[in-house]
Design a protein around this ligand. Structure first.
Ligand code: NAI
Ligand code: 15L
Length: 267
């Protein structure tokens, strides 16, 4: 297996629950961590370690990272929330992860970024990874910050990161917007594999999407990863297009980030 011990944060979450199974081939040991125990299977199985940890606590994260040779950072608040909530889990959290990586010599991080780092681009625009970020809320801002953190830790300390701007990873696209942004769990797993094993990635940003029709994102700047998607949202089109059409000026039909662009303020 390519790695001895991989740390997976956010292991109790929607994606973490899937990745707990699909990442097994990549490491002798998967160190699974979250602030809560995984509800479906709260015990560590063979080849697993389970460690509860709040990403906002620096000393705990430092211990968590020790002994790992790669980190897949999925943990944190995954939707739009107040700045204060995002600050703890996402902004402090990502700093603690990189400090742990620096202190314990971890050389490779896969960061779960999000399309919400660029969510204010319109759906009639096609963007690559070089465009200025246009975060669509505090959540998107935290992902933009995480990407900049990854860039800094590469330039300063040589820690390499692939930031995956995940589109929408659910079993089925929930609406018309997700026909463009959808990524299957199988494709996300393969993209993470590419992100772990490709040499000399520096800090590479890649859009996490399946082989969908009419996509908004161009991954030519991440061609080094050699990622080939196997799935497509097309197989869900009939089912998704049974839903009523949103109004032309509904954020879900205007912006790449959809409804996130219109959430808040929080006080
Ligand atoms: P999720 O919300 O189901 O999982 C996130 C996990 O992080 C949860 O289990 C939660 O308990 C944990 N967490 C929250 N605060 C924490 C803290 N302070 N300390 C430790 N753990 C904490 O989200 P999901 O869907 O599994 O997403 C995983 C990652 O991928 C997230 O970083 C999310 O932002 C990102 N992402 C997911 C997308 C999707 O379509 N599912 C799209 C774009 C990005
Ligand atoms: C995200 O970043 C969220 O974590 C996820 O729950 C979805 O809302 C996804 O983006 C999306 O944009 O569809």
């Amino acid at each position: 297996k390519p790695f001895k011990r991989i740390l997976l944060t956010g292991a109790a979450g929607g994606l973490g629950t899937v990745l707990r199974q699909t990442l097994k081939p990549f490491a002798d040991t998967l160190r699974l961590s979250d602030i809560i125990a995984p509800s479906d299977n709260p015990q560590a199985g063979p080849g697993e370690e389970l460690i509860l940890c709040n990403l906002a606590q620096k000393a705990s994260v430092d211990q968590l990272v020790q002994g790992c040779d790669a980190i897949i950072h999925m943990g944190g608040v995954s939707v739009e929330r107040s700045f204060e909530e995002i600050l703890e889990a996402n902004i402090k959290g990502v700093f603690h992860i990189y400090e742990g990586a620096r202190r314990h010599g971890v050389k490779r991080v896969v960061f779960a970024s999000s399309n919400h780092a660029i969510g204010f681009y319109r759906q009639d625009e096609t963007i690559d990874a070089s465009v200025p970020r246009r975060p669509d809320g505090y959540y998107g801002l935290s992902k933009a910050y995480g990407e900049e953190m990854a860039s800094f830790y590469f330039d300063r300390y040589g820690i390499e990161t692939v930031s995956i701007r995940i589109g929408s990873c659910f079993p089925v696209p929930k609406d018309r917007r997700m026909m463009h942004t959808w990524i299957s769990a199988r494709d996300l797993t393969e993209l993470i594999r590419c992100a772990l094993v490709t040499e000399a990635v520096g800090h590479t940003i890649v859009y996490g999407m399946s082989d969908n029709e009419n996509v908004w994102w161009d991954n030519h700047l991440a061609s080094k990863l050699d990622f080939v998607a196997q799935d497509t949202s097309e197989i869900f089109r009939e089912q998704v297009e049974r839903q009523p059409m949103p109004a032309a000026d509904d954020p879900v039909a205007v912006y790449q980030g959809g409804t996130f662009t219109a959430l808040g303020p929080f006080e």
